[in-house]
Design a protein around this ligand. Structure first.
Ligand code: PNS
Length: 159
């Protein structure tokens, strides 16, 4: 058993992310959810808001640490935490090429780092980008995001 880093933008966290973390906890003792602050995408939510939603969604599970990841390479962040495994979720086949490229590049940058993929299964169709679009258009978010995220999106975009 080991620890894993699950990094991403989480803007916002979805039930797909939560499912990956819960499935990851079957294989790993501890998962560090690392929120990337310096993303090229313009985030909807601040890092603090994203961290608050993640913490709430995971109901303070002691095996999950929620952290922020400000700059630099993910492999260097993982090394700073003493972790050699990166966890990533896979949705549709379309994710595969990019994810494999990142996994191999990360192993190239640090050969002791390995990426473990977990299939998104029931949430294969869920993405933070689609969630924001649906929220902005008043669509139904039931079942695809944690309740705290749904409330936050409704407060942001209106009912
Ligand atoms: O939520 P995302 O956008 O799918 O997460 C992408 C993330 C954060 C995993 C990726 O952008 C990343 O690792 N960024 C850190 C910078 C880095 O290490 N880049 C080289 C990747 S091979």
């Amino acid at each position: 058993m080991a620890d894993a880093v699950y990094a991403g933008s989480f803007d916002p966290i979805t039930n797909g992310h939560v499912a990956i973390i819960r499935a990851g906890l079957v294989a790993f003792d501890r998962i560090i959810v690392a929120v990337l602050t310096n993303t090229s995408k313009q985030p909807l939510f601040s890092v603090d808001e994203r961290i608050e939603m993640i913490t709430h969604a995971l109901e303070g599970d002691p095996r999950v640490e929620v952290d922020r990841f400000d700059r630099g390479l993910l492999v260097d962040y993982a090394r700073s935490k003493g972790v050699n495994v990166l966890l990533r979720g896979l949705r549709a086949a379309g994710d595969f090429e990019y994810e494999l490229q990142m996994a191999n590049m990360n192993s190239h940058l640090n050969p002791s780092v390995q990426t473990v993929f977990i299939g998104a299964n029931d949430y294969f169709f869920v993405s933070s980008t689609l969630i924001k679009e649906i929220a902005s258009l008043g669509g139904n978010l039931g079942g695809v995001v944690p309740r705290c995220v749904e409330e936050k999106l409704r407060a942001t975009f209106g009912p």
